[in-house]
Design a binder for this molecule. Structure first.
Ligand code: AMP
Ligand code: MG
Length: 330
């Protein structure tokens, strides 16, 4: 009998319902997702959770099928327990509990932010990077120290991706907004001053969004996109640079949905060159929210005996990554 274990992971913190299967020897065997895209405006939590419950069975069946496995082959069910939108987290947790009871196997709660870090470490084989995690819901600079991932900078209000997506909606651009803003910015030539807000090691994007939105009617759209991206990414790069200088980590890992931005990659690559650090980006298929990263992180936790009884498997919409012990890094 083979000693390889298979872990099924469910992601449901926001717009994506994802199911992925990871093996204990470090492979993501399948990673299927179904994304809720609102007809207009931002994510409506209840509508997103209804999307998740209606797509869950299909997504799980597709992930098992793609991996060539049956539920009986799965050793543990991992689920994203936070941070995220309450109704969405609750739907994922309910499905995870049901699968764990049906299969009679352990349930493993996973912090979504840590999963973005761990899948990046797995994919790039980089042991101890400074991590820049940027997505629709999070903007966090973090590094491992003394049993936990510590935060070396974060947003004080909205996330980088949220700021850019909201601005793209103001321009009438369809989801996902960031790649469309990047194409427009490539044609821009004039820099328009916008609020650049870094407070200590933290960044703030809400004033930038308000000001950029206000200027839509007065400025050339391409110049405005160029300026918005330069300011928004410049803020992340400044904080990341101080963090890498302070922590002396040998490398920088860019992860999360916005990691796919070529412009942000260039900004952080130049930070790395200045500090003789290696630069890595999570592969595009693992950048956005996905179940594979939950499955792999679930395996790392399971290996350390971290499981939760169904009756105590609460979600936590405000679960910070620096609250989580990560014994597998010890
Ligand atoms: P996540 O919340 O991790 O799934 O990431 C979603 C964010 O990634 C949104 O802000 C999207 O606009 C952004 N995004 C999607 N595709 C790309 C891309 N090709 N380049 C940069 N950002 C992207
Ligand atoms: Mg995410």
């Amino acid at each position: 009998m083979s000693s390889v274990q298979f872990i099924l992971g469910l992601e449901s913190t926001a717009h994506t319902f994802g199911c992925g299967i990871a093996s204990s020897d470090g492979r993501i065997l399948s990673n299927v997702k179904s994304e809720y895209v609102p007809a207009s405006g931002g994510i409506h939590p209840r509508e997103a959770s209804q999307h998740h419950s209606s797509r869950a069975a299909w997504t799980i069946a597709a992930a098992l099928n793609e991996a060539g496995l049956r539920l009986a082959d799965i050793s543990a069910i991992a689920f994203s327990a936070g941070p995220g939108l309450g109704p969405c987290l609750r739907t994922g947790a309910t499905v995870a509990r049901a699968l764990s009871l049906m299969r009679g196997c352990p349930l493993v709660p996973v912090n979504h932010c840590i999963a973005h870090i761990e899948v990046g470490r797995l994919a790039t084989r980089e042991e101890d990077p400074l991590v820049v995690y940027v997505s629709g819901g999070n903007t966090i600079i973090s590094a491992y120290a003394g049993g936990r991932y510590r935060i070396f900078g974060e947003t004080l209000d909205i996330a980088l991706g949220n700021c850019l997506d909201a601005f793209a909606r103001e321009l009438g651009l369809p989801h996902p907004g960031v790649p469309k803003l990047e194409s427009l910015a490539d044609e821009g030539s004039r820099f328009i001053p916008l609020p650049y807000v870094v407070k200590g090691q933290d960044v703030s994007y809400s004033g930038l969004l308000t000001m950029a939105t206000r200027m839509i009617r007065e400025c050339d759209t391409r110049d405005l996109c160029l300026s918005l991206l330069e300011v928004a990414y410049g803020m992340v790069a400044e904080v990341a640079e101080r963090a890498i200088a302070h922590t002396e980590k040998p490398s920088l890992l860019l992860t999360g949905g916005v990691a796919r931005s070529k412009r942000l990659q260039r900004a952080l690559m130049s930070v790395c060159n200045e500090h003789s650090a290696r630069f890595h980006v999570v592969p595009p298929d693992l950048a956005g929210d996905n179940g594979g990263m939950i499955a792999w992180t679930g395996y790392l936790a399971l290996r350390e005996g971290i499981t939760v009884p169904v009756e105590e498997s609460y979600i936590n919409p405000n679960w910070r990554l620096d609250e989580v012990e990560v014994p597998w890094r010890g």
